[in-house]
Design a protein around this ligand. Structure first.
Ligand SMILES: Nc1ncnc2c1ncn2[C@@H]1O[C@H](COP(=O)(O)OP(=O)(O)OP(=O)(O)O)[C@@H](O)[C@H]1O
Ligand SMILES: [Mg+2]
Length: 330
């Protein structure tokens, strides 16, 4: 049986009257890559900061590596790795100086310190560039160096909060190679991301919305939760077509929304769309559910729930999942 390294029960964080993280129950097994997704302000960073021992829960309980979040924060900080979007590097210090500084924070000395620093320089691909100031490195290098700093002390669990935004796609792929490698060697990785392709590569994906966990499963299982069949439609005048579909002219459509410049129509299993009637001249393709479709579906199925209304501006029936998508481009 794989060991559970993160377990929360009714984990809640309030800021005054405002509930940022609302009654979250989750568990993460050792070696898992666990994706944590949700729109702006959903509560991702607040959850991660509680799991890292940086922020005390208001109520509920959480155990990380067997340590209670309410009391074990100080010890926990030494045992976990944490990396935020800001990369927490000192720009005026060199590559080596940053690594030395973190070694000191983690209590590494002597030959072990030297060995780990050398390994992290190699992992970041910065061999020969140890003396360069961090501020002169481009995003991808800085990102890998920050990761090296976060895992110098060989944490069993690594929390990555938006660590993959703001770098180019090639650097993202390199970064993910390192993550997979860490996970393959037993490190548990919890990652918040706005990139749906990254969500696809997680063993498990949790979706947080208005502070509540509304899904937590493997990407495959999540995709199976969407009923009916999904079509992708390319057409001139897609906007008008969508209006007709939403007026019921295509038959029993479960859901319809823009997906880039195309339309996605989720229809009853028995309905087969053909390029005729309102779809004359359109290109119609039956497609597999992607994670983005999963999130559109999940968000809409929770739209009627009592979830802190007004908390996230601009979240309407079709816009919550696109809010997730748009963030990827910020
Ligand atoms: N220290 C704080 N005091 C008051 N409110 C806070 C504090 N920290 C976070 N919040 C609020 O809690 C909610 C959740 O914030 P959080 O940063 O966890 O969201 P997030 O999912 O990480 O969003 P993003 O995608 O923008 O990073 C937000 O409405 C935020 O304004
Ligand atoms: Mg955040």
């Amino acid at each position: 049986m794989p060991q559970v390294v993160v377990q929360t029960e009714h984990l809640t964080k309030k800021f005054g009257d405002f509930t940022a993280v609302d009654d979250i129950n989750m568990s993460i097994e050792e070696g898992e890559v666990y994706g944590f997704l949700g729109p702006n302000g959903a509560g991702k960073s607040t959850t991660i900061r509680m799991l890292c021992g940086l922020l005390a829960p208001t109520s509920g309980r959480g155990l990380v590596l067997g340590l209670d979040l309410a009391t074990g924060g100080r010890e926990l900080k030494k045992k976990i790795g944490y990396m935020s979007q800001k990369f927490s590097l000192y720009p005026e210090l060199s590559v080596l100086e940053n690594l030395e500084l973190y070694s000191g924070l983690y209590g590494l000395y002597g030959s072990e310190k030297k060995k780990r620093i050398d390994e992290m320089i190699a992992l970041a691909g910065l061999t020969g560039r140890e003396g360069e100031k961090t501020r002169d490195l481009s995003g991808g290098w800085r990102q890998r160096l920050a990761l090296g700093c976060a895992i110098l002390h060989r944490p069993r669990i690594l929390f990555l909060d938006e660590a993959t935004s703001g770098v180019d796609p090639k650097a993202r792929l390199l970064f993910w190679d390192i993550i997979y490698d860490l996970a393959a060697h037993g490190t548990t990785v919890m990652v918040t991301t706005h990139f749906m392709d990254e969500a696809e590569h997680c063993n498990k994906v949790a979706f947080i919305y208005y502070g509540k966990l509304i899904a937590d499963d493997s990407p495959d299982n999540l995709k199976k939760k969407i009923p009916g069949r999904l079509y992708e439609i390319s057409a001139e005048g897609a906007m008008e077509l969508l209006a007709k579909v939403q007026a019921g002219e295509a038959g029993p459509v479960i859901d319809s929304y823009f997906f880039g410049d195309k339309l996605h129509l989720l229809v009853a299993e028995e309905l087969e769309l053909k390029p005729e009637g309102i779809f004359a001249g359109a290109k119609i393709e039956r497609i597999e559910n992607s994670m983005e479709d999963v999130f559109v579906y999940l968000v809409k199925s929770h739209a009627g729930d009592d979830l802190g209304s007004g908390r996230i501006s601009g979240i309407g029936n079709a816009t919550a999942a696109s809010a997730v998508r748009k963030e990827g481009t910020k």
